[in-house]
Design a protein around this ligand. Sequence first.
Ligand code: NDP
Length: 273
Amino acid sequence: MTNRYAVIGNPISHSKSPQIHMAFARQTDQDMQYEALLAPLDGFQSAVNAFRLQGGSGMNVTVPFKQEAYQLATDLTERARIAGAVNTFKFENDRILGDNTDGAGLVKDITVNLKTPITNKSILLMGAGGAARGVILPLLEQQPAGLVIANRTPHKAQILQQQFAAFGRITAREYLALSGESFDIIINATSASLNDALPELPPGIFTHDTLAYDMMYSIEPTRFLNYAAQQGAQQLADGIGMLVEQAAESFYLWRGIRPETQNIIANLKKSDA
Ligand code: NDP
């Protein structure tokens, strides 16, 4: 029987998840369908339940529903529970297992695809929304020298600092208070790039060796990546690799098979070029 999966969000038409999962399915010979579902902003729960009742086996959840998905899950993996956000559902009879694969996807993209170790490195994480929340624990598990989290609304970064303090060296700081410091890896987990905006950053935080990573992806380099290049950073990456790797991790949860990701990342980069 063909198993059905979907990505749910609002907006959703831009999503590359159907393309990625169908490529995984062809590659691993899985009998499955994967579609994109637009849920009304006030209708997430009923859209998920309707999909389950129609025989859906699992879902990916994207902006802005990851925290609602956390509430809806009946069971949580450890990483989803600690993140407080869910991007993957697996439906099992009347249970809804919630997982969060964003952090594993980011870490795999940085350490394996981009060949940049995180252990003992200094990291700046910009943003304190759903995406930031999902990646903090997996980043800390790599035992960086330190993780600094900065956000436009500073108290949200402070809350995350308190929440994750037990898992590693994490501090919260305001953007302009970063003056005088530099970082090995700077990750933009804000949605500022969506509006071609950039948080105000003090000069000097990028060095030649800094990896500048924007979780957002687009045809043109984002404002953040252009700024990082102007500041001298030579290693620049957008979020395509993370997108494919988090999808591979969801696929593994559903199908028990790890798809090969390199060719799919390369093809998506080519089709965006
Ligand atoms: P949220 O809406 O939950 O959070 C948005 C964050 O961005 C907040 O910290 C917000 O700060 C900050 N922000 C927004 N606009 C600005 C601005 N103009 N200046 C400074 N800070 C700003 O979004 P998500 O965390 O879910 O997503 C963040 C980004 O990550 C999106 O671009 C998304 O597409 C991308 N993403 C990519 C993935 C991938 O696989 N590549 C996976 C998940 C997300 P404040 O708290 O002050 O409002």
